[in-house]
Design a protein around this ligand. Structure first.
Ligand code: ADP
Length: 241
């Protein structure tokens, strides 16, 4: 689904990414962790085509994004990628339903179709009764779930999330994390999540540890069974690189 090869990025004299190679499968939920300044957000922005690498290649859904013109790139972004940020970034003057519908309009859907899709997502999130509320009338957890619904409205293959639960309390955090897995199970989306939240990272299929612009270790969720039945290990195996 996502193939990253030899990606480097410099800001001024600071080498922020020093050659990242990463393959992410369809339907995988991958977390990226590491100390502040490690390059996590920069990597996510590059995967999200919001920034360009200095060298290297990003292939998403069999499309080499480096070869797309500016117009095609924004079209690609609208159709293939959904973004969730730490702060919901909902438009305050629009209702929950309208906030979810807007990216569908931008991508060319009819009003009827955009509304139908937004209503289905609100329903799935258990927020149908919040449809006509404006962001200021919603709780933090509700706003973040609306932001996730907005990211999903164009049925993107990939959801990129930067500290999605960073502004939430424990209960809302857990609900949001569960939602990611429910969405993956229902729609088969691939998730790449930058997080400081060890609880979330532990739940993901794979955790990529980034430090000083390099992948230093990968934890992969593994279940080992004996005789095909008895579960003798279930957890993550770390592969240091
Ligand atoms: P992380 O998400 O792991 O905290 P970032 O990717 O945000 O790290 O940043 C990595 C480094 O690159 C930091 O030192 C940061 O200050 C720097 N950086 C990020 N974006 C820019 C930018 N647009 N211009 C200059 N420096 C930047």
């Amino acid at each position: 689904m996502i193939d990253i090869k030899g990606v480097t990025k410099k800001f001024g004299s600071l080498q922020v990414l020093k050659g990242i190679d990463l393959h992410i499968n369809k339907g995988e939920v991958v977390s990226i962790v590491g100390p502040s300044g490690a390059g996590k957000t920069t990597l996510l922005q590059i995967i999200g085509t919001l920034d360009k690498p200095d060298s290297g290649e990003i292939v998403i859904d069999d499309i080499n994004v480096g070869t797309l013109s500016t117009n095609k790139l924004s079209d690609f972004r609208n159709k293939h990628l959904g973004f969730v940020f730490q702060f919901h970034q909902l438009l305050p003057e629009f209702t929950a339903l309208e906030n979810i519908m807007i990216p569908a309009y931008i991508a060319g859907a009819s009003k009827k179709d955009a509304k139908k899709r937004a209503e289905e997502l609100l329903d799935f999130m258990g927020l149908a009764d919040r449809s006509s509320h404006k962001p200021a009338e919603l709780s933090g957890g509700e706003k973040q779930r609306i932001a996730v619904a907005r990211a999903l409205v164009n049925q993107p293959a990939v959801i990129l999330a930067d500290e999605p639960s960073g502004s939430l309390d424990t209960k809302n955090k857990e609900e949001l994390h569960q939602l990611f897995f429910d969405l993956r199970d229902k729609f088969g989306q691939t998730f790449v999540i930058v997080t400081h939240d060890e609880g979330l990272a532990k739940l993901t299929d794979r955790t990529i540890h980034l430090k000083d612009g390099q992948i230093i270790a990968t934890d992969t969720a593994t279940t080992v069974t004996r005789d095909g039945s008895e579960n003798i290990f279930s957890g993550k195996i770390t592969d240091e690189t």
